[in-house]
Design a binder for this molecule. Structure first.
Ligand code: SF4
Length: 500
């Protein structure tokens, strides 16, 4: 059985599909609503997924000939059909160099040109064709994806053949390439079980930091400046930028008199002093659990101890904590570095840790330090925060009976990368994805039980989109495996608190 039946209205479209995807079962159904309905009824989609592939007219003015549109829904004269989420295919095509948009496709009974095109454009549909809505019933509950390549736009309408010739060649080549690229996606089609780790996604410190920026934008108006990424998640940062936040590396990039927000990862006293010297309006979104580590650093330094800070030297949190006592702090990341460490007085050494480390790795480093420095002292309670601990416990609990663990998070998110390591160490293949479009379908081939979690900086909405994208491959049954309940809440800083 072919995993995919491709329905192509025109012979030229069927030719492009066959050239790109010789492995697929391709059926030509004919042009226009009547032929599509008749051809669709005769389709032998033998149990696999259905892909409608062909050309379309652009409605969105930003689309150009050769752009690919994947349908989020099909709008026809008799109603709308919701389509399974095509995000994984969209990612495959984009990585293959194609320009891809996901959105509504309208199906029309007649050629759409001039004023009719403008009217349809106002409905918000991205593109228009003359068959998809009539072909949709063929799927009968199986995954249905509609892939249309833009042939003509409002500047090169089909009633002006000379203008569409170049567009036709581009569209043909793109359709052929898109179908060739779709092979790995087609091989990953099929139903899956999704096991959600709990707790997962945004922690209390991240929720608070994002809310600080949102409230500052509401209260003070855009722009507000944020030193470094407020939290390590590309989607969160992009959304806040869209709303008027400007992210800078250092406070000297902030204009006089402006508001600057310190990120959840904390800052050194030197950064605070620089902002104060500039007279900036400062709002501190440092997570209270990071502030606790800063306080411990000050306490140990005042007691005359040399501080070994276990963490990654380049991470902003480590930069900030080390800044509390730069002359007394050494950073180590591995047991080997701990064993090689030279200190002024081996009797007076204290350790602290970054809040988002691997619990197992950190225990090994601290053990190596204890062997070197028997009088080693540490924090009263672990610096590795509750959110890090819970997310690692949760992913460990599901990794052993999953075929693959997906961790939603950005590459610069320390705690997200640690979740991948924890799953791998538990014997399960694991991958970090910033969002659903980053899922490589090769990872899913012959893997049916998928564990899913997200780092403390990734919003839950991204997790739900991954669930939707996995379901888009052929359905998903979803359940959650919980190892702990979280009800931690951190008060907002006074500068943005309301009702006090
Ligand atoms: S991961 Fe932990 S330390 Fe970092 S912001 Fe979240 S709660 Fe705070």
């Amino acid at each position: 059985m072919s995993p995919l039946t491709v329905l192509a209205p025109l012979s030229v479209e069927a030719r492009a599909v066959r050239a790109g995807a010789p492995w697929a079962h391709v059926q030509r159904v004919g042009m226009g609503p009547r032929r599509a309905a008749r051809g669709g009824a005769a389709v032998d989609a033998d149990g696999g997924a259905v892909l409608i592939a062909g050309f379309a007219g652009a409605l969105d003015p930003e689309l150009a000939p050769g752009d690919v549109v994947l349908a989020s829904e099909l709008r026809g004269p008799t109603g709308t059909t919701r389509c399974p989420d095509p995000s994984i295919l969209a990612g495959v095509l984009r990585r293959g160099g194609l320009r891809v948009r996901v959105g509504p496709i309208a199906s029309s009974q007649r050629l759409v040109v001039r004023e009719r095109r403008r009217t349809l454009q106002r409905t918000g549909a991205l593109a228009v064709d003359m068959e998809s809505a009539w072909l949709a019933p063929v799927a009968q509950g199986r995954p249905l994806v509609t892939l249309r390549v833009v042939l003509d736009t409002h500047r090169s309408e089909l009633h002006r053949p000379l203008r569409t010739v170049a567009g036709a060649a581009v569209a043909y080549r793109t359709l052929r390439r898109a179908c060739a690229l779709a092979e790995s996606w087609a091989r990953a089609l099929g139903p899956r079980q999704v096991v959600l780790a709990a707790p997962r996604a945004s922690c209390a410190g991240v929720v608070r930091a994002v809310e600080v920026v949102e409230r500052a934008l509401e209260d003070r108006g855009a722009p507000v400046y944020v030193r470094r990424q407020i939290v390590h998640n590309a989607h969160v940062v992009t959304e806040l930028e869209r709303r008027g936040a400007i992210f800078v590396r250092e406070v000297d990039e902030v204009p006089d008199g402006a508001t600057v927000i310190f990120s959840a990862h904390g800052v050194s006293p030197a950064v605070r002093a620089a902002a104060a010297a500039r007279g900036l309006d400062v709002i501190d979104a440092t997570c209270p659990l990071v502030s606790k580590v800063h306080a411990e650093a000050r306490r140990f330094a005042q007691a005359g101890r040399e501080i070994v800070l276990v963490g990654h030297a380049e991470h902003e949190e480590v930069e900030g904590t080390r800044g509390e006592a730069p002359a007394h702090t050494r950073v180590v990341a591995t047991p080997a570095e701990a064993r090689a460490l030279r200190v002024r007085d081996p009797e007076r050494v204290a350790y602290l840790t970054q809040t988002t480390l691997s619990i197992d790795d950190t225990a090994e480093v601290v053990e190596a330090l204890r062997e070197r420095f028997p009088g080693l002292v540490g924090p009263v309670s672990s610096d590795i925060c509750y959110a890090t601990q819970n997310r690692q416990d949760a992913v460990r609990a599901l990794a052993s009976d999953c075929d693959l663990v997906l961790v939603v998070g950005s590459p610069n998110s320390s705690n997200s990368r640690r979740l991948v390591e924890v799953a791998t160490r538990a014997g399960c293949a694991a991958a970090l994805v910033d969002d659903a479009t980053e899922i490589e379908p090769e990872l899913l081939i012959d893997r049916h039980r998928i564990g899913l979690t997200a780092g403390a900086s990734a919003p839950e909405a991204l997790v739900q989109r991954v669930v939707g994208a996995l379901a888009g491959l052929g359905g998903a049954t979803v359940h959650e495996r919980s190892v702990a309940r979280e009800d931690v809440y951190f008060k907002l800083p006074p500068e943005v608190r309301r009702g006090v």
